[in-house]
Design a protein around this ligand. Structure first.
Ligand code: ZN
Length: 212
C-alpha cells in the first residue's frame, strides 16, 4: 500500500505544478487534479492533501475555478470545508450559518433574515485567500467519466490507507469539525479507505501520466 502511495507521490510531484493565478488554457478540459498544501510533506516530498475530479463533460477548468475563485461555498465542498475549519478553529458561532445551503431561491428567501451576509462575504474572502496562498496542484487528462471517477476513488483510497501519509501538527485540517478530515489528513470525506490502486492500476496510471 505505502509502496504505491510513495510512487504516486513521486510521479505527481514531478509534474508541472500550478499555483494561483494559473492559465486556464494549460488545464485539460477533462481530468483529475491533485492538491498539495504548504508545509505538508510525506514520502520525502509534498504530501497529497486532496484528489478531485468532475462529473459533467469538459468541467475540469470550471471545477478549479469554483474552488480557487468563485466565492460561493455551496458550489464547492472544498471551500465549504476550508470555511468550516477556519470558523471552527476560531470557535466562531457563524459556523452554524455557514452550514446552510443557500443554492435555491427558496432557501435564500427562507434564511434572508437569519444569515449574516456581511460575515458570510468576509468568510468567503478568507477562504479564497487561504486557498490561493496555500494550495498548489497538478492535473492530468482523463476523458472518460467512469475512468475519472474510478481513478479518483482509487487514488483517494491509496493515500488514505497509507500509514506514512500523516498531516503535520499544524495542519489546518486538524481543526476541522469533520472527523473524516482530521482522521484521513485529507480535505475529503468520500471514497476514503476503500479500494486502493492495484499493481495493474499503477501500470495503467503510469501510462496515463506519460511517465517513462
Ligand atoms: Zn503515503
Amino acid at each position: 500500500m505505502s509502496k504505491n502511495c510513495h510512487m504516486i507521490h513521486q510521479w505527481f510531484n514531478g509534474m508541472k505544478k500550478f499555483t494561483f493565478p494559473f492559465d486556464k488554457k494549460e488545464i485539460p478540459e477533462n481530468g483529475i487534479y491533485i492538491l498539495f498544501e504548504k508545509s505538508e510533506f510525506a514520502h520525502s516530498t509534498n504530501r497529497i492533501v486532496r484528489i478531485g475530479t468532475h462529473t459533467g463533460n469538459n468541467q475540469l477548468r470550471s471545477r478549479l475555478f469554483q474552488h480557487f475563485l468563485n466565492e460561493n461555498k455551496d458550489r464547492s465542498i472544498f471551500r465549504k470545508n476550508i470555511g468550516r475549519t477556519l470558523l471552527n478553529k476560531d470557535k466562531d458561532s457563524f459556523l452554524e450559518q455557514w452550514e446552510i445551503d443557500l443554492t435555491t431561491k427558496n432557501a435564500k428567501d427562507l434564511h434572508s433574515n437569519s444569515v449574516d451576509f456581511i460575515k458570510q462575504k468576509e468568510t468567503e474572502k478568507r477562504v479564497t485567500k487561504y486557498i490561493q496562498n496555500n494550495f498548489s496542484f497538478v492535473v492530468f487528462q482523463v476523458d472518460d467519466k467512469n475512468k475519472r471517477l474510478e481513478t479518483e476513488s482509487k487514488i483517494i483510497s491509496t493515500v488514505s490507507l497509507c500509514e506514512e501519509c500523516k498531516p503535520s501538527e499544524n495542519w489546518l485540517g486538524n481543526f476541522s469539525p469533520k472527523e473524516k478530515i482530521r482522521k484521513s489528513g485529507l480535505w475529503l470525506v468520500n471514497e476514503l479507505w476503500k479500494t486502493p490502486l492495484s499493481d495493474e492500476d499503477m501500470i495503467e496510471l503510469k501510462q496515463i501520466l506519460k511517465i517513462k
